[in-house]
Design a protein around this ligand. Structure first.
Ligand SMILES: Nc1ncnc2c1ncn2[C@@H]1O[C@H](COP(=O)(O)OP(=O)(O)OP(=O)(O)O)[C@@H](O)[C@H]1O
Length: 482
């Protein structure tokens, strides 16, 4: 099976539209829906339900699941509504002032949550309301739970006024523009106390889309705290939606790889590789929630002055409840060149889709080439024949010359090879990846035997592999397809 390129189009897949050069959103075409009650949906999904219906179910599951960003935000909305209700009832709020840390921006947040809520309701035209309608007189303890456990707003974050942000960025001058993505423009800023920051202005799409992107990203970043993930300092909700992050002074790995690569010697590259792997292990395995980033790419790896990588852009990230083997999505977003085949072909999202993207990133760092070249050819397809024959000289970035540690290079090459395996089962988990990168995995020379240990030979046949088998052969976990 070939790695899908931008021109490939699976006959059963929806049409795709481009937001910018390489970032795509593929909109699902709605077919005739067979709608069932929620109960029916949860017991057995009707085979004739459209992708849109299934997406609706996914949204509702997320709303019910307080471990998902949408669930968290829904809980917040209820918290705010209840708070507002109680505020209208004199005496009910005594001694309890929820959301004090954001009181300044309260009405704005309240409006945000309303818009967000409207956004998600819009996607549920045919479903009965699934979230139990809570008593308008909720107990104080329930309200506190919502505040303490669910609200994504961290009290350490600062709520910046528009004036603060304008002053910091010289009124968002072009000279301060340091990055552009599919959803946002990023400006360098200097705060009143001298701290250098990156101010991400989410200004693409409709205002509802901006709100949803903002809340999705903030809902994930609230739970992320690792040396290799981007740090949020605060936010702004006046005159737009803004995230204020610590500035990574070297910018993105993508911009360094596209520019002159002198700075990127092998030591720096190997450090970036190990740090990014650590960040991903944290997201997948050690974070409070199981987070799939979904858009690992060179542009989303920021670098501090000493080349410490920081994974950024959690706009597409997903929380996966522990008991789900994977998530099945019907709206494709991400970046061509980094898509895992099962994501592109079947909409499957799990840790292994991030592992594939990480493998592409490794190839970029080894070769100095981009995930898609100027004629939009895939780096994976270019590299495969050389990887198979272990033709190191052909693969290694000419700007490195012979200035690299051969042992480290061998480990990185091998890891890249198995990370971009077509069959996700053959790919390692991130915790295996780090051991492979450091040369600590014992049986480095016969990895396929190690990786095969829990699955049948048949499943390892990439040619015959398909998503149905993938689901059927993972019975220990519930495959929730939405
Ligand atoms: N904290 C930061 N420090 C320095 N540069 C940054 C920072 N955050 C973002 N950037 C720059 O801005 C660019 C765009 O940022 P980001 O990827 O978060 O935007 P986006 O619109 O969400 O992108 P995408 O289209 O990938 O979703 C990055 O590639 C990087 O060059």
């Amino acid at each position: 099976m070939a790695t899908p390129g931008p021109e490939d189009h699976h006959p059963s897949r929806p049409l795709k539209t481009c937001n910018d050069a390489n970032t795509v959103t593929v909109k699902t075409l709605n077919s005739n829906a067979v709608l069932a009650t929620y109960k029916k949906f949860t017991c057995s999904l009707p085979s004739s339900a459209s992708a849109q219906d299934l997406r609706c179910l996914e949204v509702e599951k997320e709303r019910l699941d307080h471990s998902s960003p949408r669930g968290v935000l829904e809980a917040c909305t209820r918290g705010l509504e209840n708070e507002a209700d109680l505020e209208n009832e004199p005496g009910k709020m005594s001694g309890c002032k929820p959301f004090q840390s954001i009181s300044q921006g309260h009405s704005r947040w309240h409006r945000f949550f309303k818009v967000w809520k409207r956004g998600s309701t819009k996607r549920l035209p045919s479903f009965p309301p699934l979230v139990p309608i809570l008593s308008r007189r909720k107990s104080r303890s329930t309200r506190e739970n919502v505040e303490n456990d669910a609200c994504p707003v961290n009290s350490a974050w600062k709520n910046f006024t528009l004036n603060d942000l304008q002053t910091a960025t010289n009124n968002f001058s072009r000279e301060n523009l340091i990055g552009k993505g599919g959803y946002a423009e990023v400006y360098k800023g200097c705060l009143a106390d001298g701290q250098l920051v990156a101010i991400k202005q989410l200004n693409k799409g409709t205002s509802d889309e901006q709100t949803i992107n903002f809340l999705s990203e903030i809902g994930i970043i609230a739970h992320v705290n690792h040396p290799n993930t981007a740090k949020l300092i605060g936010y702004g909700v006046e005159g737009g939606t803004y995230l204020v992050l610590e500035l990574s002074s070297l910018g993105s790995l993508g911009s360094l790889l596209r520019g002159s690569k002198e700075k990127l010697d092998w030591r720096a590259r190997y450090k970036i590789i190990l740090g990014t792997a650590d960040g991903l292990i944290y997201l997948h395995e050690h974070c409070q929630r199981r987070i799939i980033h979904r858009d690992i790419k060179a542009d989303n790896i920021l670098l501090t002055e000493d080349f410490e990588p920081q994974i950024c852009d959690f706009g597409l990230a997903k929380w996966l409840p522990k008991q789900w083997s994977h998530h099945h999505i019907s709206k494709f977003e991400g970046t061509f060149g980094y898509f895992a085949p099962e994501y592109f072909m079947h909409g499957i999202v799990d840790e292994k889709t991030d592992v594939f993207s990480f493998g592409v990133l490794l190839l970029e760092l080894i070769t100095g080439r981009q995930a898609l070249d100027d004629s939009r050819r895939s780096l994976v397809l270019w590299a495969k024949p050389f990887l198979d024959k272990n033709e190191v000289k052909e693969l290694v970035d000419p700007t490195l010359g012979d200035n690299y540690d051969q042992q480290e290079m061998a480990c990185v090459l091998f890891t890249a090879t198995i990370c971009v395996e077509q069959n996700p089962i053959r790919r390692p988990h991130m915790s295996q990846v780090i051991r492979l990168l450091k040369g600590e995995e014992k049986d480095l020379n016969c990895p396929k035997q190690i990786l095969r240990r829990t699955y049948s030979e048949e499943l390892l046949d990439a040619e015959n592999y398909n998503s149905t088998k993938y689901l059927v052969h993972r019975p220990q976990r519930i495959a929730l397809v939405s």
